[in-house]
Design a protein around this ligand. Sequence first.
Ligand code: DI6
Ligand code: FE
Length: 403
Amino acid sequence: MVSRIYTNATVATLSDKLSKPYGLLEQSAVVVIQDRIDWVGKSKNLPQTYQNFPREDLGGKLITPALIDCHTHLVYGGSRAKEFEMRLEGASYEEIAKAGGGILSTVTATRNTSEEELINSALPRLDALLAEGVCVVEIKSGYGLSIEDELKMLRAARKLETLRDVKIKTTYLAAHAIPPEYKKNSDSYIDEVVLPGLTQAAEEGLVDAVDAFCEGIAFSPDQVDKVFQRATALGIPVKLHAEQLSNLKGTELAARYQALSADHLEYLDLDGVKAMKEAGTVAVLLPGAFYTLRETKLPPIEDLRSEGVPIALATDCNPGSSPIMSLLLIMNMACTLFRLTPEEALNGVTKNAAKALGLGHEKGTIEAGKDANFLIWDITHPAELAYQAGFNPLFKVVRGEFE
Ligand code: DI6
Ligand code: FE
């Protein structure tokens, strides 16, 4: 039996059962058996049964759950550095999108990129996330916008899991933008591409969740409803890019489908917040897009807090609105831009990110029964993770396999 005790650690358990901030335990130990956490607590209370397990003395280092990036568009072709320049010359995100740039320029590039090249170009971005202790990454399609190219993106995303030590969750996002060939006929795009593509991708086992972009420049709530109906018929959970640039009440629609998450949410109102609470939908905030687009409308953090909606954070890593591959930086941005507390930021990239991916039962906290997948940091207090930017104090990733 493979087992180990990590002793002399400060443990940010993030457990709801402990009343201290971060569920913090000092001078503590974590016992791992095989790939599960078997016990967590003060070292002095370590049960006798574990006494002969091999030990690793962490000298007071900090343990947190592994990080989870629950919203990315990590797989794509091309680059949008030029669009970045245009924006600096004064064009808005919506103007660029209307002029055929923005998402659509990435669609052209992605269509012209093979599955293998998509994988090769995604790997350095993935590696940047992994270097900070990210162990689960959600990756969306949505730059193919044809059945063949959407499936190509999903296959590339899944393949990444075989090339690195990471769990990948794939999300079908064909309803991300209207492709040029359906410019005046987005309803036909839904009927002829999005829906049959979803059925096909599901048959190939490529879909963990279904997402859509509900926005004036993308799809209406009625169109999203159709996509969600198909997802539900296939038994696949949904999530939604909602209330990013305006309020179309997408969040309330998502909540009617018990969505795993509603994401972005700058323009979310109190009705939407209440609907999320009712449905158990996680609020995924994306401060990287807020920052990149120089958005000024803040998501309704106070309402989310007072209604008790779990808040997750993610990179939204994509070539347009969030070319960011650092979840630690996102934690810092969430505190500085959104005034989240460092504790909320850490919960947002662990416990609540796990919930947003439907993994809450196995990941996101340091508790007996959870996956033995956690991080050892060369710092003594968890607030340091969000406090510093451009600094990576990761010491070691533990995965329940021992060298
Ligand atoms: N909202 C976003 O911020 C990204 N997609 C979306 O629906 C942007 C994607 C891009 O600009 O390429
Ligand atoms: Fe996104």
